[in-house]
Design a protein around this ligand. Structure first.
Ligand SMILES: Cc1cc2nc3c(=O)[nH]c(=O)nc-3n(C[C@H](O)[C@H](O)[C@H](O)COP(=O)(O)OP(=O)(O)OC[C@H]3O[C@@H](n4cnc5c(N)ncnc54)[C@H](O)[C@@H]3O)c2cc1C
Length: 183
């Protein structure tokens, strides 16, 4: 897992159309791409200290951006990695937010793990998955996820209804201070 704190990559006036799958959206004033958890935390803390408006973006597959763009900082969690821990006969996967969700499902299936296999083919990042509480074919992520950090959420605290979670409710509030660095 990438906990080291490499410098995040900062770009200015980046068209959101290049960061969303619908390929629409005007410029974001600042975009910060963090390739490690440490870099993401540093970038988030600096943004919050500045009081800048901010938005966390994963694969951009569930976001419709307007032509006016975004006058603030877009944080891109890009760290990848999947770590397996065993707890008796239970397996816990600790996954970086930038890991593509479908790659994670493929790894879980290859390893014979059950719980997220019906969520195969859903586009986007692992970091967004608990925020969106993704679901398909009767399976919902809130039934399998235990924690996401730097925010710490649990299925119980996530109020996990279809496509809603504690995370998505708070993420829309500009005063929120949560983003998932790993899940
Ligand atoms: C063709 C298609 C099929 C789909 N099928 C399904 C389906 O079957 N089931 C389903 O549930 N959804 C489905 N979706 C919706 C989409 O795949 C999910 O919502 C997915 O979780 C979005 O991931 P993303 O990384 O692209 O998120 P984004 O579009 O980048 O972001 C979505 C939201 O999550 C927040 N976010 C992103 N990353 C983080 C992070 N690391 N920490 C905190 N907040 C974050 C963003 O701020 C934003 O509010 C589908 C979408 C498409 C385009």
């Amino acid at each position: 897992m990438s906990s080291s704190s490499a410098e995040p990559e900062v770009r200015e006036d980046v068209p959101l159309s290049t960061l969303t799958t619908l390929r629409v959206g005007g410029p974001a004033r600042r975009v910060v791409r963090a390739d490690s958890t440490g870099a993401l935390i540093d970038a988030a803390l600096a943004t919050w200290a500045d009081g800048d408006d901010w938005l966390v973006l994963g694969g951009g597959s569930n976001l419709l951006a307007g032509d006016d763009g975004f006058d603030g900082t877009v944080l891109l969690p890009a760290a990848r990695g999947i770590e397996e821990q065993r707890d008796g006969d239970r397996v816990v996967l600790r996954v970086e937010a930038g890991e593509p969700w479908d790659d994670l499902v493929a790894v879980a299936v290859e390893r014979g793990l059950t719980g997220i296999e019906a969520l195969s083919g859903i586009p986007g990042s692992t970091g967004a998955a608990p925020i969106q509480n993704i679901g398909a074919y009767g399976q919902e992520l809130s039934s399998s996820s235990s924690r996401s950090s730097s925010s710490t959420t649990s299925p119980a605290s996530c109020r996990g209804g279809p496509r809603t979670s504690w995370g998505s409710a708070t993420a829309r509030r500009s005063s929120s201070r949560d983003c998932a660095a790993s899940w």
